[in-house]
Write a protein that binds this ligand. Structure first.
Ligand code: HAM
Length: 414
């Protein structure tokens, strides 16, 4: 026997209950988002690598280490999409969506690819449900987007969900702040952990995440980006908060909230769940007012979020939807009635009912066991002496004309 081939590391097959749970989640997300005016969009699974290099940011881990790339014959490099925001902004530009009433609201549920170290809640192929609202910088769009994600978690019964909120201001503010923070860190270098000192040039913001006690003490007095925001950014953030307050959504301001993608400006947010392990981020997003310009379009504001399907389902308590009920199971007592049974099941399905018929050549007894397992409401048995129909709920069984089976299962006994 040759060696068995297995699914790649960090990927998984979605079977039975997990598939039902996803279908349920997709329906819940669609209802919530489409009620708020979001339209479904799907973009290709791969895109020009440059879209992500320019959109997500050359210096991010996602672009530097985690993309699956390949070259076409003409030398163009493509990447399996690591995220959905840059592709949707590309589609917005490519289809002239700026001519539509703004903001254009789009949602998606798709798979994404990152070459990360696989662990619980972290995969190399994973699924996200996401929403993007492009073309308006109104703080109400931010607040609405955040509320919709909170509503999704609530509808799915996600446990221990908390929202952290911050604002990054503009790239200019961030650059000035970075210089200020670097100066502060250098002035306190003696008290900092060596790895924090080593990263002062490259990533000074990481100092806020350090566990080292001396570093933590120093960082209590470090300058905060939130205090350095320009007036219009500060007002924008206050307006987002006021709308969330008005809607009664609880959040925690996190002045050091940083996200792994470079395109964020102004509002950023992250939902975490206590029910997740180390990978506690269940979903997040923010504003990306500079992204469309980065990928060659006119300055166009946007805001959105994405949430991992696997992570939502790990924390969800909402019972997964059951398999759809089977209205009729068609069994046959003799092989001579097999074709008629097949035909009856097809007709019943075409009329909009769920119907099954034996496909595996089981005995009548085996077929009835299958009908039972499927939880069929009615079972028809086609035999040489005629057709019998049994209502499995009441136990009533009658001999009927084969042509009337559909009527019986729809309207009850004639
Ligand atoms: P992100 O924070 O990189 O943002 O990913 C969003 C969510 O996707 C995470 O909170 C997590 O639930 C899930 N996720 C990310 N990586 C993995 C993984 N390797 N395995 C399992 N789940 C994962 C974005 O992707 C942005 N595009 C969100 C956004 C939309 N910002 C603005 N618009």
């Amino acid at each position: 026997m040759s060696a068995r081939i297995q699914a790649p590391r960090g990927t998984s097959d979605v079977l039975e209950e997990a598939a039902l749970a996803r279908t349920h989640l997709e329906g819940v997300a669609r209802d919530i988002l489409e009620r708020a005016g979001y339209h479904r969009i799907e973009t290709p699974t791969f895109e020009a690598t440059e879209l992500f290099a320019r959109g997500v940011g050359e210096s991010t881990d996602v672009v530097q280490k985690e993309m699956y790339t390949f070259a076409e014959a003409d030398g163009t490099s493509y990447a399996l999409r690591p995220e959905g925001t840059a592709p949707i902004c590309r589609a917005y530009l490519e289809h002239g969506m700026h001519k539509l009433p703004q903001p254009v609201k789009l949602w998606y549920l798709s798979s994404f690819f990152r070459r990360e170290r696989p662990q619980k809640g972290r995969y190399r192929q994973f699924w996200q449900v996401g929403a993007e609202a492009i073309g308006s910088d109104d703080p109400a769009v931010d607040a609405e987007a955040i509320l919709l994600l909170a509503e999704l978690y609530e509808a799915m019964g996600c446990r221990g969900v908390r929202l952290r909120l911050g604002s990054l201001g503009s790239p200019e503010t961030r650059r000035a702040y970075r210089v200020q923070l670097q100066a502060f860190l250098r002035a306190h270098a003696d008290a900092l952990a060596p790895e924090v000192v080593a990263r002062i040039d490259l990533n000074p913001l990481r100092a806020f995440d350090a566990d080292h006690p001396g570093t933590r003490r120093v960082m209590q007095d470090a300058p905060r980006l939130l205090d350095a925001l320009a007036d219009d950014d500060r007002e924008h953030f206050a307006a987002v908060r006021a709308l969330l307050d008005a809607a009664g959504l609880a959040y925690e301001i996190d002045p050091t909230l940083v996200r792994g993608l470079d395109y964020y400006t102004r509002t950023v947010f992250e939902f975490t769940s206590d029910a997740l392990g180390a990978q506690s981020g269940i979903g997040g997003g923010g504003r990306y007012d500079g992204l469309i310009e980065q990928i060659g379009g006119p300055a166009t504001p946007g805001i959105g979020w994405a949430s991992g399907i696997e992570r939502i389902l790990m924390t969800a308590t909402a019972a997964p939807a059951a398999a759809p009920p089977v209205d009729l199971f068609v069994a046959y007592a003799t092989p001579s009635r097999r074709a008629s049974a097949f035909r009856l099941a097809a007709d019943v399905r075409r009329a909009g009912h769920a119907a099954r018929v034996e496909l595996g050549g089981r005995s009548l007894k085996g077929q009835l066991r299958q009908a039972d397992r499927a939880g069929a409401r009615f079972v028809a048995i086609l035999g040489d002496e005629g057709t019998s129909l049994k209502d499995m709920e009441t136990g009533e069984q009658r001999t009927v004309e084969a042509a009337t089976v559909m009527h019986h299962i729809t309207h009850g006994w004639l």
